[in-house]
Design a protein around this ligand. Structure first.
Ligand code: TYM
Length: 338
């Protein structure tokens, strides 16, 4: 039995934040040691909402550099840019044609984003989860490490693989492509906004104080934590539905500081907000310092990043092309080479 295959990606929109790191990338770093790992920067997903072309190009490189700065090792994992491997778009089209429209109309993220875009909502935004399914299925991924908010998209990818591709187009007893499983970390899968503990931390929140970006300077990190929403109760507690902010900040302290929820609750249970925020600020600054340092080094050396992405594209293309060919054959498209 070969190693299990893992695939995941982050959109290069806005800057990556603590949620992206704790919910996804930090877990990828662990997984790359035991799995055959593919991590892409999903730039084709980033253009499903209005975007600035110059900014997209810059953020695509920044996101790739952040993967490496967070500890993804290009000797172990394949790191690449989604649009560099055209098979993603091609498989997306093939899957579009076998996916019922109403499966997409049900997607919560589509409904939320379409509500914001109104009459400007693009076809691409509706199709976003099919492209995501293509990303995953192209690599025959066994596991997809994501945050909690991607569960529904993962379920869709599984349904497309199982019910449509394999269910309708595989020869008896065989599969066309693998059916993936989501991998969601028990802690950190849902980091909440600093300004509203009932909303998830998000790149698209117009208020930058709602999130800690991985590249925020130490002073800014301290300031954002100091300003984070609090309540009138003294002492930090987990799991009180009336105190989502306390739960969220204490969970961050557990994840980045003391390492366990029990230890965080024990240490901070009777602390005032002021003292706790000072402590949390330092823990976050310390956690981000090595990432920011490595990021600075990588951005100062563009040829290294270019080399990583070139090699990543080559490796990814080999795997993706083989899967695409299987799907083409299963759907009855004639072979390219006779
Ligand atoms: P994106 O770019 O919104 O987020 C990247 C990853 O970060 C996780 N995440 C969070 N985790 C915890 N707390 C939060 N507040 C938080 N916000 C975001 C997300 O769950 C995700 O794992 N559709 C995907 C990108 C994608 C993809 C894929 C992922 C495209 N193709 C194939 C996996 C496999 C997205 O928009 O993620």
């Amino acid at each position: 039995m070969g190693r299990q295959r893992v695939l995941s990606g982050v959109q290069p929109t806005g800057s990556l934040h603590l949620g992206n790191w704790l919910g996804a990338i930090r877990n990828w770093v662990e997984l790359q040691h035991r799995h055959d790992a593919f991590f892409c920067v999903v730039d084709l997903h980033a253009i499903t909402v209005p975007h600035d072309p110059a900014l997209l190009a810059r953020q695509t490189r920044q996101t790739a550099a952040l993967y490496l700065a967070c500890g993804i090792d290009p000797q172990r994992a394949t790191v690449f840019v989604q649009s560099h491997v055209p098979a993603h778009s091609e498989l997306c089209w093939l899957l579009n044609c076998i996916t019922p429209l109403n499966w997409l109309e049900r997607m919560i993220q589509f409904k939320e984003k379409a509500h914001k875009q109104g009459s400007q909502t693009s076809v691409g935004l509706l199709d976003y989860p099919v492209l995501m399914a293509a990303d995953i299925l192209l690599y025959n991924a066994d596991l997809v490490p994501v945050g909690d908010d991607q569960k529904q998209h993962l379920e869709l990818a599984r349904n497309i693989a199982q019910q449509r591709l394999n269910g309708q187009f595989a020869a008896h007893g065989e599969t066309v492509l693998n059916v993936p499983e989501p991998l969601i970390v028990p802690e950190g899968a849902r980091v909440m906004s600093l300004t509203d503990g009932r909303k998830k931390m998000s790149k698209s929140d117009p208020n930058d104080n709602s999130r800690i970006n991985l590249l925020d300077a130490p002073e800014l990190v301290r300031k954002k934590i100091k300003r984070a929403r609090t309540d009138a109760v003294a002492g930090l507690t987990f799991d009180d539905p009336e105190r989502p902010e306390a739960d969220n900040l204490l969970a961050l302290y557990a994840l980045l500081g003391v390492g366990s929820r029990a230890a965080a609750a024990e240490e901070c249970g009777r602390m005032g907000w002021g003292q706790f925020k000072g402590l949390l600020g330092e823990v976050v600054v310390d956690a981000l310092r090595p990432i920011q340092q490595r990021y600075g080094e990588l951005m100062a050396d563009p040829s290294t990043l270019d080399g990583v992405l070139r090699q990543g594209r080559q490796r990814a293309e080999t795997v993706a092309q083989a899967s695409l060919e299987r799907v083409r054959t299963a759907l009855g498209l004639t072979p390219r080479r006779q």
